[in-house]
Ligand binder design. Structure first.
Ligand code: AMP
Ligand code: TRP
Length: 336
């Protein structure tokens, strides 16, 4: 059976980008068709300046949102990364497989490190090594597929390189995984700045729809989305990034294609107004059940704990043999 692994880091409140780019596939397809593991990758939230209490709170909230969005612990395994030590155990071996040049070439590292330095801050070493830990997350479970948004494709490519290199040097140990990107909304853009990704840790929040935003807040953010000059609805991400983003979001909510939607709005000649209004309502309806289930889960935190406890136990059992095999293969003496 196909094995799937993916994760979200608790570095902010989950956004519509997280849902359309990742969670939606996990819920609607992956958990039904494969042996799927979904992880709150909390260690990844420590790579930039962080508040310990907030990370703890967001870890719990992210796990609750996994369930609220429709992940079913009867069908898939849900757990927290730091509860399973195999991730960090394997990460070190992969640090001994990767090169520093390879790490410094990662786009996300370059962007985030530049941002930290521009703000007068220093760059944590873990920001550089982060993709190696991500590779360990994936390889420890022998995952075949990694469903992620577009921004993570380069990290999965690195994971493939590391798996192949390790296998070649030390003998067949890891499954070489592949990234699976959604066909629409693989990169949901910020509503106020449609040339940059809708990211959960951005400071300016007016262009970001959070999964837990109230309906009126969602409407306001989408109605105020930056659109492009002109009023003709067309799907052209280069020339009309704002409108293309709305079309992607509406397509992601409805299962339609952005090009088909564009043709319809263009024929109606109703300008951007109708597109915004329909997109706002589609997102409100998409998020309504998630918010309601999340509120129920908050009233019963024991339920989330039970799921995470059972998930970590299963994950440990799956990861340990692979990580032990990697320790032996690389030349470490087994414990005597
Ligand atoms: P992160 O928020 O960086 O932990 O990302 C968790 C998952 O959500 C990854 O698979 C990302 O690729 C995906 N993701 C995050 N932001 C977006 C976005 N704006 N559009 C599409 N996918 C996204
Ligand atoms: N790096 C990913 C992100 O920022 C999160 C992540 C960590 C992940 N480990 C993973 C995603 C393993 C997929 C598989 O979005």
């Amino acid at each position: 059976m196909t094995r799937i692994f993916s994760g979200i880091k608790p570095s902010g409140h989950l956004t519509l980008g997280n849902y359309l780019g990742a969670l939606r596939q996990w819920v609607q397809a992956d958990q039904h068709r494969a042996d799927a593991l979904f992880c709150v990758v909390d260690l990844h939230a420590l790579t930039v300046d962080h508040d310990p209490a907030r990370v703890r709170r967001l870890s719990r909230q992210t796990a609750s949102l996994f369930l609220a969005a429709g992940l079913d612990p009867e069908l898939c395994t849900l757990f927290v990364q730091s509860h399973v030590h195999e991730h960090t155990r394997l990460s070190y071996l992969l640090e001994c497989t990767a090169t520093d040049g390879e790490m410094r070439r990662m786009i996300q590292y370059k962007e985030k490190a530049a941002r930290e330095r521009a703000g007068g801050g220093s760059v944590r070493l873990s920001l550089l090594t982060y993709p190696v830990l991500m590779a360990a997350d994936i390889l420890a479970y022998g995952a075949d597929e990694v469903p992620v948004g577009d921004d993570q494709a380069q990290h999965v490519e690195l994971t493939r390189d590391l798996a192949e290199r390790f296998n070649q040097r030390y003998g067949a140990t890891f499954v070489v995984p592949r990234a699976v990107l959604p066909s629409v909304a693989a990169r949901v853009m910020d509503l106020q700045d449609p040339t940059s990704k809708m990211g959960k840790s951005h400071a300016e929040t007016s262009g970001i729809v959070y999964l837990l935003d109230e309906a009126d807040v969602v409407r306001k953010k989408i109605m105020r989305a930056v659109t492009d000059s002109g009023s003709e609805v067309a799907y052209d991400p280069e020339a009309q990034p704002g409108v293309a983003n709305l079309l992607e979001i509406l397509a992601g909510c409805t299962g339609r294609k952005p090009l088909d939607l564009a043709a319809e709005y263009s024929t109606r000649g109703s300008g951007y107004g109708a597109l915004k209004k329909d997109t706002a309502e589609a997102v409100v309806e998409l998020l309504r059940p998630i918010r309601e289930r999340h509120a129920q889960l908050c009233a019963d935190p024991g339920q989330v704990d039970d799921v995470l406890r059972a998930g970590a136990e299963r994950a440990r059992g799956l990861a340990r043999p692979t990580v032990d095999a990697a320790y032996r293969a690389i030349g470490l003496l087994p414990p005597v």
